[in-house]
Design a protein around this ligand. Structure first.
Ligand SMILES: Cc1cc2nc3c(=O)[nH]c(=O)nc-3n(C[C@H](O)[C@H](O)[C@H](O)COP(=O)(O)O)c2cc1C
Length: 334
């Protein structure tokens, strides 16, 4: 049974090569279903299987309702248009997409993906049942005891408890501003006490000692994202890698500036200037898409979204196989 999980990371980080390298060391990895087309996701699943890894997960974003334009979002888009112009690009449309939810869900069934995890919202009980009948394991990402209880009722096999320390988007079902969020270890203890299904812990773990702590708190496994961002098998952009390593960025923060949904990343100039960005996910994700792409091309860490967990400064540059082996040793899992 694997105890170390490489998190799904949409945006190109969680490549088939990364998932494969993690599996080589006895870990378990996720491909990220979010944002990519159904065809691209299918291709990744096939590439991973061609490398020889058959036991893996795919993460899907469960869509929420569209957000109409408001005075706040219009005003924010106007500011973003100026930002885009300054780097010779334009903003994208304020548009809604369900991230091809139905087609991606069907793909999970067709491909018999071993494990499917859900983020941002819960699927319906019928969806979970369909996967179960196909022999597919299901995991729901949660951020609180209440969400964990809802997920247990839904009938998933496991929950992944995401702490406030986590890099990337917060998985809260309703994207509220977090209040009274205990540190991960306490949250894990609270969730373990409240539900009967297994718990996976995620958020801010960079070494074996922190993995050991969540396991001792009752978690079945630890899911790490940021720790894998500088592995050569990951698809992290060079600007992002440099920013994680060069010591210029010292803190992370939660922001809605890039996508309209709270996410934790390296606190850069763009996040500081738009720390009051409105809540409108996924619409603002599409608005800022060309701007983020251009910021990467121009090597502009002051503008690029660089998701990272709170403890990113402890990142190690190792192959994913070496990293998982080391984490296991440090956590006394060998
Ligand atoms: C670059 C990046 C992208 C992420 N993308 C996803 C995603 O697509 N789906 C998801 O469920 N979680 C995503 N996450 C969150 C992870 O699942 C996990 O909660 C987080 O990485 C744990 O915190 P850590 O980064 O401090 O290890 C992402 C995290 C990062 C750093």
């Amino acid at each position: 049974m694997y105890e170390i999980i490489q998190a799904p990371m949409a945006g190109g980080n969680a490549t088939p090569a990364l998932v494969h390298a993690v599996a080589q060391a006895g870990g378990f990895g996720y491909l990220a279903g979010g944002y990519k087309t159904v065809a691209a996701l299918k291709e990744e699943i096939h590439s991973l299987r061609a490398l020889g890894t058959d036991y893996f997960g795919v993460n899907l974003f469960v869509p929420a309702q569209p957000n109409g334009q408001t005075a706040l979002t219009k005003n924010y888009c106007e500011k973003l248009a100026i930002e885009a112009e300054l780097i010779d690009t334009t903003i994208g449309d304020y548009t809604y997409s369900d991230d091809e939810w139905s087609a991606k869900f069907q793909l999970m069934l067709e491909e018999k993906v071993p494990v499917v995890s859900f983020t941002f919202n819960m699927p319906t009980p019928a969806h979970v049942l369909q996967l179960k009948e196909a022999g597919i394991q299901t995991v729901q990402t949660v951020t609180s005891v209440e969400e964990a209880q809802q997920a247990e009722k839904l009938g998933v096999d496991e929950v992944c408890v995401q702490g406030i320390e986590a890099g990337g988007h917060r998985a809260a079902f309703d994207d509220r501003d977090p209040v009274e969020t205990p540190p991960l270890v306490q949250l894990v203890k609270d969730v373990v006490a409240a539900i009967d299904i297994p718990v996976i812990a995620a958020g801010g773990m960079m070494d074996g000692a922190s993995i050991r702590e969540v396991l001792d708190a009752g978690a079945r496994a630890a899911q790490l994202g940021t720790a894998f961002l500088c592995c050569p098998e990951s698809g992290t952009k060079p600007t992002h890698i440099k920013a994680l390593l060069d010591g210029y960025f010292t803190t992370t923060a939660l922001t809605r500036a890039y996508t309209g949904r709270l996410a934790r990343g390296l606190e850069n100039d763009f996040m500081l200037r738009y720390n009051d960005a409105p809540q409108a996910y996924p619409e603002l994700h599409y608005v800022t898409q060309p701007l983020r792409k251009k910021a990467g091309e121009l090597d502009r860490p002051d503008l690029l979204a660089m998701w990272a967990g709170k403890n990113f400064s402890a990142i190690r540059v190792l192959s994913a196989t070496e990293l998982v082996s080391l984490l296991k040793k440090e956590a006394n899992l060998l």
